[in-house]
Design a protein around this ligand. Structure first.
Ligand code: FAD
Length: 283
């Protein structure tokens, strides 16, 4: 049984995030991507979950396929939105029966039409507590270096985050570009007595338009200098090289500053992540 809790106690970790494929074609493409990324020997990977259970089956299939056929542990994400307590307990039992020992517990985003969340859980912390009660899984939670967009203030954001991290085993951040934001969050947490490890999440900007869209949704400041260089690139190869360079520099700074590992948002693509892993010294 490999838990991320144990891996982090042993040293720095390298992990990759994927989303579950929607079609057979996308499934084959993900397999080819993972064939390439497996060579970087990730300590674990994670698979996202559509809030409201929209990818309940595909997240499960992707995670179980990794567990059966790959050399690394796979961690499903799970969100509160729309789920009853009984549904969540069923899901936990099913994952445990299939050898899943790690879970990322998230709130998910509430329905866009403003209707109230129909589920039994509101905040991620409630999901963490249910997981603790019904399993011995290692539990991860989300962290936002630049403060969660729904938080009324930095102070309340950090307080709720510290409480959630205290109940969990580790955190993984939303992507960000300035290492100073990560270090400031870790200092804020330490100042209120929270020392749970938090893995910085980084994203190679291979698609500037869509990364900017996600960044706007999450209140993440984009590195305008990087965007200008990406927009001025002559072709996709040059853009890839610029994105890889920027991510490698960011990772080097994070590791030098004491980050307990690196989580890469792969967007189910191999090229950038393979090149990044060739250039970083994580172990
Ligand atoms: P919470 O920790 O519940 O926090 C949400 C907000 O509520 C924050 O503002 C917090 O300060 C506030 N809060 C917390 N507790 C309280 C309290 N007791 N009283 C008042 N306010 C409180 N989304 C998906 O749908 N699927 C995914 O697979 C997914 N994966 C993700 C992976 C990572 C690494 C990250 C960083 C995010 C991911 N998300 C995913 C996005 C996430 O679900 C959303 O950002 C969501 O809005 C917040 O989730 P959370 O778990 O941080 O929520």
């Amino acid at each position: 049984m490999t838990t991320i809790r144990d891996l982090l106690e042993r040293g720095r970790t390298l992990s990759f995030e994927f989303f579950p494929p929607k079609t057979h074609e996308a499934q084959s493409k993900l397999r080819a991507t993972v064939d390439l990324l497996e060579k970087a020997e990730p300590d674990f990977v994670s698979v996202t979950y559509g809030a409201g259970g929209t990818t309940r089956e595909t997240t499960r299939e992707t995670v179980l396929d990794f567990i059966e056929h790959r050399s690394f542990p796979a961690m499903p994400h799970l969100t509160c939105v729309g789920h009853s307590y009984a549904e969540v307990v069923d899901l936990i039992d099913d994952y445990r029966a299939h050898g899943v020992h790690n879970m990322l517990a998230l709130a998910g985003d509430p329905p866009e039409d403003g209707s109230p969340n129909p589920g039994d859980f509101r905040y991620a912390l409630e999901l963490v507590k249910a997981l603790r009660q019904h399993s011995d899984m290692s539990i991860g939670v989300a962290a936002f270096p630049e403060v969660h967009p729904r938080s009324p203030s930095r102070e309340t954001d950090r307080r709720h985050l510290a409480e959630k991290l205290d109940a969990a085993d580790f955190g993984i951040t939303q992507f960000f570009f300035d290492p100073a934001d990560y270090f400031a969050m870790m200092e804020d947490l330490a100042a209120i007595g929270c020392d749970t490890p938090v893995l910085p999440g980084v994203i190679p900007v291979i698609n500037p338009a869509s990364v900017r869209r996600f960044a706007d949704m999450n209140g993440t400041a984009v590195d305008e200098g990087l965007w200008s260089r990406l927009e001025a690139a002559a072709d996709a190869d040059e853009r890839l090289e610029i994105a890889v360079d920027a991510t490698v520099r960011q990772i080097d700074e994070l590791l030098e500053g004491g980050a307990p590992g690196i989580h890469i948002y792969t967007l189910n693509q191999a090229d950038a992540t393979v090149r990044i892993c060739e250039r970083i010294e994580i172990r």
